[in-house]
Write a protein that binds this ligand. Structure first.
Ligand code: IDP
Ligand code: MG
Length: 149
């Protein structure tokens, strides 16, 4: 089953939006298989965003991610990677559609609330980086069999 790494960034936690954000993924029908609130080391933040290390915003991005706890999650379900990106919305919250997380709650690219994996390869490497082999709790939602039709 497809999995995506989703992280509520420090601004989402500080603003008390954890419950609202988790609700959107739950209501959509995806299955939560990993969840932890944690402080992020500089090393982990730099590894997570290594693809952006030459960008001018890399330093401030890392400082932002380590500034306060995040909520790291793994969500599972058919099509979850692309669907989560739609639920999250465009990188710049001012360009994100209303109804998306960034579109509803954000106004600046430097505080855009949430991360979601962008492809199967990055999802796999991010889940390994943040949760490791044994960090997930896989379960089948017996009361929602239609999810897997
Ligand atoms: P994504 O999170 O929508 O996948 P990416 O382009 O992969 O967007 O950028 C990763 C993160 O880097 C963004 O979510 C945002 O926090 C930050 N970021 C991207 N572009 C800028 C920028 O121009 N200024 C400041 N931060 C940026
Ligand atoms: Mg990205």
């Amino acid at each position: 089953m497809e999995k995506s790494f989703i992280m509520i960034k420090p601004d989402g936690v500080q603003r008390g939006l954890v419950g609202n954000i988790i609700s959107k993924f739950e209501a959509k029908g995806f299955t939560l298989v990993g969840l932890k609130q944690m402080s992020v080391s500089r090393e982990l933040a730099e590894a997570h965003y290594a693809v952006h290390k030459e960008r001018p915003f890399f330093g401030s991005l890392v400082d932002y991610i380590i500034s306060a706890p995040v909520v790291a999650m793994v969500w599972e379900g058919n099509g979850v990677i692309a669907s989560a990106r739609k639920l999250i919305g465009a990188t710049n919250p001012l360009e994100a559609e209303p109804g998306t997380i960034r579109g509803d709650y954000g106004i600046t690219i430097g505080r855009n609330l949430i991360h979601g994996s962008d492809a199967p390869e990055t999802a796999a490497s991010e889940i390994e980086l943040w949760f490791g082999e044994s960090g997930l709790c896989s379960w089948e939602p017996a009361l929602k069999p239609w999810l897997y039709e």
